[in-house]
Design a protein around this ligand. Structure first.
Ligand SMILES: [Ca+2]
Length: 481
């Protein structure tokens, strides 16, 4: 895989025509969220194996963020963060639903919230109150019971969003191919592939709503496991794979291409309806790429590689949280540029509202930064630090931790080990050289900043576990893996 990702670009954005003029049709909004897509999983982010021409084209026409982050290393917290504009720690939705427990570990997770609370005004509710037709298509994964599903959080239409965080298998069969066993999606003909079906639903929605301002929240099930794709796509990548390369899984490559196809279908529908120019498109992922095969790391191929980043989904390093982010609005934002300005999941909500020219979202105490002045006129964002808080364990390796990035510095506070890790991401993007002993003052400054933020948002610490037993923990972990 090509290791090419320049860290610093000049943002050459100029305002195209000022803010939206009164009386014009409101811009449409599409939030295209891919599940588990890693930072280097697109051609335009450095992959030499996966083919993503439609998304690459978006990067050509929009603003590509090199230093964008998911708010969490796993699914649900990042999704809740996008929908509320708040950090997972603020809303106490800090792990994937239903979570993962290690009964003999040093810490237990605190009580945490496994749905969006009604007291939060979601992004969909904010847009609905501004006259938008709102549709959710795809994975939701923000609540076990129906009362927490998209139709109860501001969406007029919900297609395929329910409690599950992956396509639903029955008797270990199915998933990405119909029957879907999904109460919010009627089964299709035998052999129908879920992502093709969902993109067709999106295309139909766009065609039927071209004259209405709409919010299409398209949250794909791809590229989450189980790894399943159409045979012809898998065969294509089998014929070109370099088995020694870091990214070398033909089925995963096919799933990335399915994702790109779905995105291309949406853009095609927008162009056909004549509304592409006035549609804001935000493309991102909910956490870093899954490396997989933990516990049997000799097994190949792995799912994906996030190199040069360290680790992946479910881990405390950059590979778990740094993700692609592209924002496009042909009518108003000059595209074709990249930026190393930091961005994170809770920014999406205020940024969309800001681009639409309104400050009133109905949501109070948003943590995210409104990046619209930056996108429209190049004004540097005021926020200079972003934070993570994960008081949980994850099967992919995460232990309870909090972290902060400020400038090029990143500090990780891993509670269980009672240790700090300090990295300079500009010089060491792979987080190999812990600089705590070389820069103790920097580490202490960042720790104070991190602790101050935790206090401000009411972050819940993990709890000492009275059943902690290191020997049993290791045995239990092996059995579980
Ligand atoms: Ca995910």
């Amino acid at each position: 895989m090509r290791y090419y990702l320049p860290l610093c670009f000049l943002l050459l954005v100029n305002c195209k025509s000022g803010t939206k003029e009164e009386g014009q049709k409101k811009a449409n909004v599409i939030l295209f969220l891919v599940d588990d897509l890693g930072w280097t999983d697109l051609s335009c982010y450095g992959s030499e194996f996966y083919q993503t021409p439609h998304i690459d084209q978006l990067a050509e026409e929009g603003v590509r963020f090199t230093d964008a982050y998911a708010a969490c290393t796993v699914c649900s917290p990042s999704r809740a963060s996008i929908m509320t504009g708040k950090y997972p720690a603020t809303i106490n939705t800090t792990d994937w639903i239903e979570g993962y427990s290690k009964p003999y570990s040093k810490y237990k997770a605190p009580d945490w919230t496994q749905h969006i609370q009604d007291s939060d005004t979601t992004l969909a509710e904010a847009l609905k109150s501004k006259g938008y037709k709102t549709v959710h298509i795809g994975k939701w994964h923000l609540g076990e019971e129906e009362q927490y599903w998209p139709e109860h959080h501001g969406f007029d239409v919900n297609i395929a969003g329910w409690r599950k965080g992956a396509p639903n298998k029955v008797n270990k069969k199915g998933g990405y191919f119909s029957p879907y066993n999904n109460p919010r999606l009627a089964d299709g003909p035998t052999g129908e592939y879920l992502t093709e079906r969902l993109s067709q639903e999106a295309v139909n929605f766009i065609a039927n709503n071209r004259d209405t301002p709409f919010f299409l929240n398209f949250w794909l099930y791809n590229v989450h496991t189980p790894l399943e794709a159409k045979t012809e796509k898998i065969e294509k990548y089998k014929s070109i794979v370099d088995k020694d390369a870091l990214q070398s899984n033909p089925t995963y490559a096919a799933m990335v291409e399915h994702t790109d196809d779905a995105f291309g279908a949406v853009v095609g529908a927008l162009k056909k309806a004549g509304i592409y120019e006035n549609t804001i498109i935000i493309f991102s992922s909910d956490n870093g790429g899954l490396i997989g095969n933990r516990g049997d790391e000799s097994k190949k191929p792995r799912v994906t590689s996030n190199f040069p980043l360290r680790e992946g989904k479910g881990n405390i390093y950059e590979g778990g949280v740094r993700v692609p982010l592209i924002i496009s609005w042909p009518k108003e934002i000059n595209g074709g540029v990249s930026t190393d300005a930091m961005a994170t999941s809770p920014d999406i909500y205020p940024t969309i509202m800001g681009l639409l020219g309104g400050t009133g979202t109905g949501q109070r105490n948003i943590d995210g930064e409104n990046l619209s002045p930056f996108l429209l006129s190049g004004r540097k964002p005021e926020r200079d630090a972003i934070f993570w808080h994960y008081p949980h364990y994850h099967i992919q390796g995460a232990i309870p931790y909090s972290a902060v990035r400020k400038g090029n510095w990143k500090l990780i506070d891993a509670y269980e080990r009672d240790t700090l890790q300090l990295y300079n991401l500009k010089e060491d993007i792979g987080e190999r050289h812990n600089l705590v002993s070389e820069h103790p003052e920097k580490a202490n400054q960042l720790l104070a900043l991190l602790n101050s933020w935790k206090k401000e948002v009411g972050a819940q610490d993990p709890i000492e576990n009275p059943d902690h037993d290191r020997e049993r923990e290791l045995l239990w972990g092996k059995a579980k893996h």
